[in-house]
Design a binder for this molecule. Sequence first.
Ligand code: NAD
Length: 513
Amino acid sequence: AQQFGMTEALEALGVKAINEGTSTGNNWFSNGDVFESYSPVDGQLIGKVKASTAADYEKVMQSATEAFKTFKLMPAPQRGEIVRQFGEKLRKNKEALGKLVSYEMGKSLQEGYGEVQEMIDICDFAVGLSRQLHGLTMHSERPGHRMYEQYHPMGIVGIISAFNFPVAVWAWNTALAWICGDVCVWKPSEKTPLCGIACQNIIAEVLKENNLPEGISCLINGDYKVGELMTHDKRIPLVSATGSTRMGKIVAQACAARLGKSLLELGGNNAIIVTPDADIKMTVIGAVFGAVGTAGQRCTSTRRLIIHESIYDKVRDAIVGAYGQLRIGNPLDQNNHVGPLIDKHAVEMYNNALTKVVEEGGKILVEGGVLNGAGYESGCYVKPAIAEAKNSFEIVQHETFAPVLYLLKYSGDVTNAIDVQNGVAQGLSSAIMTNNLREAEAFLSAAGSDCGIANVNIGTSGAEIGGAFGGEKETGGGRESGSDAWKVYMRRQTNTINYTTSLPLAQGIKFDL
Ligand code: NAD
C-alpha cells in the first residue's frame, strides 16, 4: 500500500506505530494490553493501540463529567461554530482519512472518501440545526398560563461503533450530540482502532484552537469489555450502539436494566423487489452495487432479490452476466470493484453461508471462493456469489456480512413480494424496482415494506444524511443523522408558567384552603 501514499496519510493524521488508546481530547494515555490493527488489503500490520483499562475509563468519565458542566451552558449556535470548524478540518484531511478508512477497513478508496464526505455533510447539517433546536408552544387550558417545551442538553453520550463505517457513524452521532450540548465518549470497533485515533486527533485540534476543556470528545479503545463499561454506567444517559443484532440485544438489556436509553443501529437483511414493470438496466446496477459494494459489508447491502417469475430468467441472466465483469482486488486501486472482507473470521462466515445454502436445497448460480496468490496475500479476498434460494431457508433469514446474494422468485401480485420482503427478523432497508405507480404506492403504504428505509427505483445500499437513518424489528428501532433524529440526544422538558395571582388547577380540580 506504500505506493498509494499510506505512510504520508498516517503521518498527516498523527497515527503512530504504537498509539495511546485513551484520550480526553489533547491528553492521551492508556494502561491496557496492546492490540494490533492489520490491513485486510495486504495483510500488513498498520499500527498498534494500547487498550483502555477500567481506571483509564474512570479518568475519561471524570473529564467528560466536568466538561459537560460548562459545555451545556455554551449557546447552541456557538457549539455549532465548533462543529463548523470540525467540518473544515475534515475537508482538509479528507484525502488522508479516506485513504486510512480504505486501508484499515478494506472498502474502495472512493467509498473511503465518501465516508469522510458524509462526516462533512453531517457537520454542515448540524451547524444549521444548532439554530433550530425548536420546541412547541401550547395553549394552556388555564387562564393566565403559558405552556411551552424546551430541549436541554442531556449529558454524556456513549458511542459504540462497528468496523464497516469506522468514521462516519461516529460523526453522525457526535456532530448532533455536540450541537445539542452533550459530550461524547467513543469506543470504535477493535477492528478499526486507527481510524478512531485519527478522528480524535482531528477534533482535538479544533478543541485546542478554541480553548475548550478536555472531555468534550473522548476516546476509549478495546473490545466489547470496554464497551460494557459504558452500557453499565449510570452516568451515561444514552448509549448509541451500531453493530450486530447479537450485540444490540446485550447492549439494550444492559442499558434498560439501569433505565438508561439506547439508540440501536443493528443488522439488516435488505431486499429489492423486482416487478414485471421494472427497468432491468437500473435493476442490475442497483442490485449488483448493493450486493458487492463494500464486499457486501454494509448494513444496507442487498442480500435478497425478490423477482417476479415472469421476468425471473431475464433478470437472473443479466445479473449473473454482470458478476462476470467484476474486478476483485486492492480497493485503493480505483480499477477494482470489490475489495477484501475485514478479516479471516468474516471469510469463514462467508464460506459457511455458501455451504449452508446448498445444504438447505439452494442452487449456486455464481460460484464463490477465496482468492489466493499475488495481490490476495491477506487471505480476505472472496468472490461475490449468487445462489437461488427460498426465503424460508435459515441462512437466508440470517445476515451474512459478505457478498452473497440470494435470488428468490415470487408469483401473483406485488403483495406476495412484500410478504417475502417483510418475512425476515430484520427491518433496515428495502427497495422496489417498478414503473407501476400502484405497485410503488402499495410498497410504500401501511401495508407495504416494514423497514425504516423504503426506496423506489434505487437500491437498498447507502443513504443521504438528510433523512433519519435506521430500521425496525431486529435492526433495533434507532434513528440517526437527519430529520428530527437530534431529539434523542436531548432531554425534553414541558414548562407551564402562571402569570396570575391565583392558582387554578388543571382539569378544573378545586382545592380550597
Ligand atoms: P459487532 O456487533 O461485532 O461490534 C460492533 C461494536 O460493538 C464493536 O465496537 C464491539 O466492540 C462492540 N460490542 C460488541 N459486544 C458488545 C457488548 N456486549 N457490549 C458493548 N459493546 C459491544 O459488529 P461488527 O462486526 O463490527 O459490524 C457489523 C454489524 O454492524 C452488521 O450486523 C451490520 O449490519 C451492523 N451495522 C449496522 C448499521 C446500522 O446503521 N444499522 C451500520 C453499520 C453496521
